[in-house]
Design a protein around this ligand. Sequence first.
Ligand code: ADP
Length: 293
Amino acid sequence: MNLPSPLLETLAGQQKLEIRRVRPVSGGSINQAAKLHTNKGELFVKWNESADPDMFGKESRGLRLLRNAETDLTIPKVLAYNDQKGDPPGFLLMEFLTPAERNDLDDNQSSARFGEQLALLHQHTDKKFGLDHDNYIGRLPQSNQPHSSWVEFFIHERIGPQIKRATDRQVLDSTLLTHWENLAAHLKDIFPDSDPALLHGDLWSGNYFFDSNGKAVLVDPAVYYGHPEMELSFTRMFGGFSGSFYDSYNSVNPFEPGFAERVPIYNLYPLLVHANLFGGHYATEVQSILKRY
Ligand code: ADP
């Protein structure tokens, strides 16, 4: 695998890297990624020649927020990024964290530790839902205007912009807007209260792995202060989180009664994002949830 020449030149010039070997890393949904063997050890770089490079600056800020929370979750340290248009392309350079071989792990123990540490991350709170800057979810913009109420935040910063995008582009039929308005009017009776909690914001099984010490490594965040049930709901959308993860989360931050029934409502957000990015059955799922209201 070859890195684009302007990226190679920047890494060599600006970062004084001698790159000895480049190995592609798969698993991302947006960017190209590689493991670099260098004079400064093993590094991870991801880049994108077409998407908005601002994505990488925002991702770097999100990773820093998660690192600063000082839980026992491992968050990769960023060494450099480019968030400007032109050459080199947008990129993010960070330490490479080695995933464990599956049979090196006691899965239950690692998952339990992960659940406990995620619950501790969620104990980092702020005064308002949102963040002091907007960022991205996948390659779509994510608005984080602060709100005092979770319901208002969910309506105006999460579902509102995505449902507008989907109906404007005919990914979804505009008749669904009436169903959404019906649901939105009831949300204050559906969502339990919560303090605004620090969330990874895009926590599916492709965005975590265990290192050889069994510690969870979290990558590719879309950070904001939100309702912890939003994060837990998304972990259930594609699976890949074990029973011991949820049990141990629950022992630190107990689930509120009725959580399971709220999951499809929270997951309207990632489903809409996926419908806007990929269309297809995600749009059908959004439709079947909204039609209940
Ligand atoms: P994308 O932005 O394209 O979704 P990701 O950030 O999810 O890309 O990275 C792609 C894959 O690379 C992830 O699934 C993860 O397994 C791996 N990865 C990400 N960051 C690191 C890192 N710092 N060290 C090792 N592997 C990483």
